[in-house]
Design a binder for this molecule. Structure first.
Ligand code: PLP
Length: 480
């Protein structure tokens, strides 16, 4: 008999021991993260400089990995779960989400087809139907209607698949065969929209020359009259409008495009309307904030929001909905022989490989399910209301201080503000705040002026953190 060396795996007993240590490590990290500098202080190359140049030839203990996590990795982290993290949009994680992620990787299933793990698909369909109901999204976005939801990694992927579905619909399937002809199509969004659309048109082959950036109104929301003019101009030249992307809560300032009048124009021209609500959409879990979705039910062909931003569901989790699943599946479905199976042939199941760019997919629904079950709809409302109330308090402090000005409406949890006057003191203020290690803010440019952004939504952020942040900002600004 030939001797075949047997691979050595972590035993069940070792896994239990290290697993407990890892859970303890995370709990300790969450308890102490407030004492760490929010933005990492390492210099470029400093992390790599501490790592051995070659991998170990012989396996080490997991304890050695954990030890290096403390000494090498943690100092090289910017702490997104720090209660003083107010930059970009906080990416909130939570106990239920992390535990469910652990289960996801422990199960190690691949949900590319219904058949490759039925529960992975059906739980995702079900939880996304739940979320649609929680956000008061229309029935057309559910599996009871003509559409349905799918978890994408990010809002960027949601934009890309919406664009491809829109191209499929407008071309009657021709684009899937022949690709896109140069100069034939146009895509519309506001000057304030996320750069993910530009990436999407590059990847889809439309090219950036297909984008029409529509001017905004004084509140930085898309101007529907300007949208109509742009479409008219294109129509005269025989250019076909493919998609309009409206944003509910722009990244720069949280501006809310008027989806209803935009939607009416889309309907008139037969154009696909995608609503990018990556950050703000989950706020609609609160009945008093559902006005942000005005027009979505009547007009949107697709819609996406990121539970990983403001709904406590560890990165990555984007909930992406389409009103007509046939357009999306038509655009993306490819069925090679090796994926054929009777469940797919029966037409009775959803195969999520047809709803996304990759074939393989993680069991992400588990964490969204865990978050919704453990917080409950009421718990999630409390989280959103808490962030909104803290942001309103912060904005009131800014408004009451004549050195500062507010730069945009702030109905949700993002506040854009600056020192009155030139940009340079604002740039210095931001750098001093972020170098302090106590808080972390990012910036944008509003009407040409350098502006600080304070976004609230982190899991651990409380009144005392926002109040300390304001004291700190106020004091550093006074020191000039
Ligand atoms: C965060 C954000 C995105 C893109 O984020 P992803 O990392 O791709 O999920 C897109 N649009 C808006 C409005 C955003 O806030």
């Amino acid at each position: 008999m030939v001797e075949i060396p047997v691979p050595q795996h972590m035993t069940a007993e070792e896994f239990r021991r290290h697993g407990r240590a890892v859970v303890d490590w995370i709990a300790d990290y969450w308890e102490r993260v407030e004492s760490l500098p929010v933005r990492s202080r390492v210099q470029p190359g400093e992390v790599r400089g501490q790592l051995p140049s070659t991998p170990p030839q012989v396996g080490e203990s997991f304890d050695a990995v954990l030890a290096d996590l403390d000494t090498i990795v943690v100092p090289g982290l910017t702490h997104w779960q720090h209660p003083g993290f107010f930059a970009y949009f906080p990416t909130s994680t939570s106990g239920p989400a992390v535990l469910a992620e652990l289960l996801t990787s422990g199960l190690g299933v691949q949900g590319m087809l219904w058949q490759t793990s039925p529960a992975c698909t059906e739980l995702e369909q079900h939880v996304l139907d739940w979320l649609a109901e929680m956000l008061a999204l229309p029935e057309k976005f559910t599996f009871a209607g003509t559409g349905g939801g799918v978890i994408q990694d990010t809002a960027s992927s949601a934009i890309l698949v919406a664009l491809v579905a829109a191209l499929h619909r407008v071309s009657g399937g021709q684009v899937a065969r022949d690709g896109v002809a140069r100069g034939r199509y146009a895509v519309y969004t506001s000057t304030q929209a996320h750069s993910a659309l530009e990436k999407g048109v590059r990847i889809s082959g439309l090219g950036t020359s297909s984008i029409r950036l529509i001017e905004t109104r004084p509140d930085l929301s898309m101007d529907p009259d300007a949208l109509r003019e742009a479409m008219k101009t294109d129509a005269v030249q025989g250019i076909i409008p493919v998609m309009v992307m409206a944003t509910v809560g722009t990244t720069s300032t949280g501006a809310l495009d008027p989806v209803e009048p935009i939607g009416r124009i889309c309907r008139e021209y037969g154009v696909w309307l995608h609503v990018d609500a990556a950050y703000a959409g989950v706020a609609a879990v609160c009945p008093e904030l559902r006005w942000i979705h005005q027009g979505v039910a009547a007009y949107a062909d697709s819609y996406a929001t990121n539970p990983h931003k403001w709904m406590l569901t560890a990165f990555d989790c984007d909930a992406c909905y389409v009103a007509d699943r046939k357009a999306l599946v038509g655009a993306l479905s490819v069925l090679p022989e090796y994926l054929r199976n009777t469940a797919t042939d029966s037409g009775a199941v959803v195969d999520y490989r047809d709803w996304q760019v990759p074939l393989g997919r993680r069991f992400r629904a588990l964490k969204l399910w865990a978050v919704i079950r453990c917080y409950g709809v009421e718990g999630l409302r409390t989280h959103v209301r808490h962030s909104v109330a803290l942001a309103q308090q912060f904005a009131a402090w800014v408004a009451a201080d004549e050195r500062f000005e507010l730069m945009a409406p702030h109905p949700l949890s993002l506040v854009c503000f600056r020192l009155r006057g030139p940009d340079e003191p604002n740039q210095r203020l931001l750098e001093a705040l972020n170098a302090s290690g106590r808080i972390y803010l990012s910036h944008t440019v509003v009407r040409g002026a350098f502006t600080l952004r304070l976004a609230i939504g982190g899991t651990a952020t409380r009144y005392e953190h926002v109040s300390a942040a304001w004291d700190h900002i106020s004091r550093i600004a006074a020191e000039g």
